[in-house]
Write a protein that binds this ligand. Structure first.
Ligand SMILES: Nc1ncnc2c1ncn2[C@@H]1O[C@H](COP(=O)(O)OP(=O)(O)O)[C@@H](O)[C@H]1O
Ligand SMILES: [Mg+2]
Length: 276
């Protein structure tokens, strides 16, 4: 009973079955890319999916999803998320667009995270994917204080510096009793388009070894390819091409493994509640 000594669990979001945070220690490792492509892959394989941009200082979800519409506020003051590529999406970038940095104190940040969870009309969701900012700070804490997370996905490149930060993220999730559903190795390797030779730019395999060390699942590797970057920049993530597309297939593989882990974690969490 992992939760027996923990802080009181916050109330679940009605209608939302599983909440999965995507985090890492470092910026630039592909958290948002993974979050966006996983959300689309899950939606395209029949799940009801929401995507919450919790990177309040650097919201990249609007650009990567190709959506910028200002959300409407509906009955009961509920914010209507944008429906983009089959995914219900919310971002501070929809509400306060522009290039000016958001300067915020802690309490305001906590307030935004709470509103994005509780004051957005998510409806019935199988998955709410939360794109975290880099680091192990305030936003992740606000999240776990507001809703029970099904678990977290940690994204890392295979380089030692990225893995060092990923380990911190793993430790943070352990401290706040959030199960780690798995590690994704992004920018795992590069295949030369001319000679087809595979080049391990960041030293392939490091994230899988880290997963073993920490006894957490390894969800898969994502190739470093221009199409992934281009898809993000154009608001048309590669996952839109479907599981048969060679450029998107790895995301679908990760989504499949994530589903297994999330289902297992959700079932285990229910057991804990029933034991009480
Ligand atoms: N596997 C990949 N192949 C090519 N480019 C990638 C890949 N993953 C991420 N990128 C690019 O790297 C940059 C950083 O990714 P991003 O998802 O914004 O990282 P983070 O959210 O961790 O800061 C973006 O320009 C993105 O398009
Ligand atoms: Mg990001």
């Amino acid at each position: 009973m992992a939760h027996s000594h923990a802080m009181p669990q916050p109330a679940a979001l009605p209608g939302v079955a599983k909440i999965v945070a995507v985090g890492s220690g470092k910026g630039g490792v592909g958290k948002t890319t993974v979050a966006v492509n996983l959300a689309i892959a899950l939606a395209k394989t029949g799940q009801q999916v929401g995507l919450m941009d919790a990177d309040v200082y650097g919201p990249n979800v609007p650009l990567m999803m190709g959506s910028s519409q200002q959300p409407r506020v509906g009955p009961g003051n509920m914010i209507q998320p944008n429906l983009t590529h089959g995914v219900k999406t919310i971002s501070i970038g929809y509400i306060a667009p522009g290039d000016k940095p958001m300067v915020m104190r802690g309490p305001m940040l906590h307030q935004i995270i709470r509103q994005f969870l509780q004051q957005v009309d998510w409806g019935e969701l199988d998955y709410l994917i939360v794109d975290l900012p880099p680091g192990t700070g305030d936003v992740a804490l606000s999240l776990v204080q507001t809703v029970p997370l099904t678990g977290a996905v940690v994204v890392s490149t295979p380089s030692d510096v990225s893995l060092e930060d990923a380990r911190k993220a793993l430790e943070m999730f352990a401290q706040v009793n959030v199960p780690v559903l798995g590690i994704v190795e992004n920018m795992s390797y590069f295949r030369c388009p001319h000679c087809n030779e595979v080049i391990d730019i960041f030293s392939r395999g490091g994230a899988e070894r880290t997963a073993k060390q920490f006894n957490v699942p390894f969800l898969g590797s994502i190739e470093l390819i221009p199409a992934i970057r281009e898809g993000g920049d154009r608001g048309l993530p590669v996952a839109l091409a479907g599981p048969k597309s060679p450029q998107a297939a790895e995301f679908y593989g990760v989504a499949e493994k994530l589903k297994e882990q999330a289902d297992a974690a959700a079932a285990a969490a229910n057991d804990v509640i029933e034991i009480r």
